[in-house]
Design a protein around this ligand. Structure first.
Ligand SMILES: NC(=O)c1ccc[n+]([C@@H]2O[C@H](COP(=O)([O-])OP(=O)(O)OC[C@H]3O[C@@H](n4cnc5c(N)ncnc54)[C@H](OP(=O)(O)O)[C@@H]3O)[C@@H](O)[C@H]2O)c1
Length: 284
């Protein structure tokens, strides 16, 4: 059996949808802290089990009879996140799971500007030391978050961001889900660490050019990170604003500049590009 944690989230649900096309529903387990959120999956025949990253006993029970589990990284940050991931890894060992897949980020490091990459660094180490067979997907930034980063640039003609010339290998979340479903149902991914990103990378200058139309050009304005964080703090809790500001610093330092062909190989087709994503939003 293959289990997916965080099955109520965007990536978990999408991965299960791709898995349904590859294997029987009754060999799939959707683990959610609130099973009501995945009632649609249950109605398709997928086994639904309750499991909370903060509750080790629920995790061990939810992983009974499971061969492979995809641990979708938690949405909390810092030490709590690592504690939750530790609970899942320990539960997988206790339940006799053979192979654990994990959603990480590019360039995990104890000194990363992007705070979640610090938690990913610690979780990757835990996986290495766990004795379990593992596969790590270092997922690049979702294309799905791009509209939130560019704001009204297409209309105003000004794209403000503190990203310097740093590039990002943006990737569509459903492309990651499809690649995860392929890896979960095939061999050859044992103890591998994959950079999951587009084969090309884009700077914010490139994004401004892609947003530009014949009758309206969009200019990229590289603002100071402090000004960006000061603006974010007007709309978001301070710790969240700090994470976004840290992400921008990481982008400027090219931490997300990881063009790679692994995703395309796993998909067997080209991933959705930034240009075609902008076209679907009618922005290019
Ligand atoms: N690469 C990127 O650009 C990017 C962007 C955003 C996030 N991420 C990371 O990638 C992960 C997956 O992305 P996504 O789009 O699927 O995020 P999402 O839609 O927010 O899903 C997160 C999932 O984690 C579950 N979860 C959180 N805390 C939990 C707990 N204590 N116990 C059990 N489940 C818990 C959530 O359950 P509930 O439905 O109950 O809340 C949800 O199912 C995120 O969690 C985050 O770590 C990456």
């Amino acid at each position: 059996m293959i289990a997916i944690t965080g099955a109520s989230g965007h990536l978990g649900k999408a991965t299960l949808e791709f898995l349904l096309a590859k294997t029987n529903a009754d060999s799939l387990v959707a683990i959610a802290r609130d099973p009501e959120k995945v009632a649609d999956l249950a109605s398709q025949g997928i086994i639904v089990r309750q499991g909370d990253y903060g509750d080790p006993a629920s995790l061990v029970a939810s992983l009974a009879g499971v061969d492979k589990v995809l641990l979708i990284s938690s949405s909390v940050l810092g030490e709590e996140r690592v504690r939750q991931h530790t609970n899942v890894i320990n539960a997988a060992k206790e339940a006799g799971v053979k192979h654990i897949f994990y959603t990480s980020a590019p360039n995990p490091s104890p000194s990363a500007h992007f705070a979640p990459a610090i938690d990913h660094f610690q979780t990757e180490n835990l996986l290495n030391e766990s004795g379990l067979t593992y596969t790590i997907f270092r997922n690049n930034l979702y294309l799905d978050v791009l509209p939130g980063l560019i704001g009204d640039a297409a209309q105003s003609g000004k794209l403000y961001y503190p990203g310097g010339d740093g590039k990002i290998s943006f990737v569509l979340r459903t492309d990651i889900a499809e690649a995860l479903a392929t890896a979960l149902t095939s061999e050859g991914h044992e103890n591998k660490v994959y950079d999951i990103g587009a084969p090309t990378a884009w700077s914010f200058g490139d994004i401004a050019r892609a947003l530009s139309q014949a009758d309206k050009s969009v200019e990229y304005i590289d603002i100071p990170n402090t000004a960006y964080e000061a603006e974010l703090v007007k709309h978001l809790p301070a710790p969240v604003a700090k994470v976004y500001a840290g992400m921008a610093e990481g982008i400027k330092d090219n931490d997300f500049n990881q063009p790679d062909s692994t995703l395309e190989k796993l998909l067997g087709h080209q991933p959705v590009s930034l240009e075609s994503f902008l076209k679907t939003l009618a922005l290019a």
